[in-house]
Write a protein that binds this ligand. Sequence first.
Ligand SMILES: [Zn+2]
Length: 113
Amino acid sequence: MHEMSLAEGVLQIMEDQAQSQNFTKVKTVWLEIGQLSHVDPDALSFCFDAVIKGSLAEGAKLEIIRTPGQAWCHDCMEQVNVSSLVDDCPKCGGHRLQVTDGDDMRVKELEVD
Ligand SMILES: [Zn+2]
């Protein structure tokens, strides 16, 4: 499952941070998931609970923040909001959009002990 490897990736990030910043327990994880990414927050949350068992983040709370999709319109020459990768520009209806944000997932913040 796609979300399972993403959850493992998040755990890996937490373990790396724990080593470099010297903490031993993660209490809360804030994850930003872009609206344009193909990540199912429910599935990810489920996988997350499974992969953190026995890790430094066991019992940690997962807070998911949905970030809106953003694209650059080459016709308007400005940043517009989009809700899918196949959207036209909401301002001019043009197709020359380049996604600039909201198509990925990242760990925003960790609350640690
Ligand atoms: Zn436009």
